[in-house]
Write a protein that binds this ligand. Structure first.
Ligand SMILES: [Zn+2]
Length: 169
């Protein structure tokens, strides 16, 4: 994706208020991000671990989505799980359930969309092989990176559409 400035990132969020977007803790200096290796910028809030954010290129500019990662109520018995965006298989802690408020009136009425993502939101790196899942030895991915990137983008687009609903951006 193309590099974004802090103002562009803050202005991109579709499912929180402008005030909330101004207070979001960014992942660090954005000029240190390797944008050309990313399909989306994803990060956990460095000061509030249950909050997470993704920003991705969209039709008329970037779209940002705020996510919440509820703490699991009990320890999962599942030994491994798969990210729904990049389909990387992780040990149980490598995947987390995230919830995104929907954009617009639907979100203000309390509607949200949930999905399983890589806990660290580094899907772009897993599909390129620059970051390895701790469960990589159990399940080798047969697709090459270009196909995995294509699939990631399609899955991410589907998730973004479900957050946007009828809201045009
Ligand atoms: Zn992932």
């Amino acid at each position: 994706m193309e590099a974004l400035t802090e103002d562009e990132v803050r202005a991109s969020f579709v499912n929180c208020t402008k005030g909330e977007a101004q207070r979001i803790n960014l992942p660090g200096p954005l000029d240190a991000v390797y944008w050309e290796h990313l399909d989306f910028l994803g990060w956990r809030d460095p000061r509030a671990d249950q909050r997470a954010y993704i920003v991705l290129p969209w039709t008329n500019g970037p779209v940002g989505i705020t996510l919440r990662a509820p703490q699991p109520k009990r320890k999962s018995l599942v030994r491994s799980s798969m990210c729904s965006i990049c389909l990387t298989v992780h040990s149980a802690s490598g995947v987390a359930s995230f919830v995104a408020p929907k954009a617009g009136p639907a979100g203000r009425e309390g509607n949200s969309v949930g999905n399983y993502f890589c806990t660290d939101l580094q899907c772009s790196r897993y599909v390129r092989g620059t970051l390895k899942s701790d469960a990589a030895t159990f399940m080798e991915e047969s697709l090459d990176p270009a196909e995995r990137i294509h699939r990631l983008r399609a899955k991410l687009e589907g998730f973004t559409r479900s957050v946007l609903g009828d809201v045009l951006v």
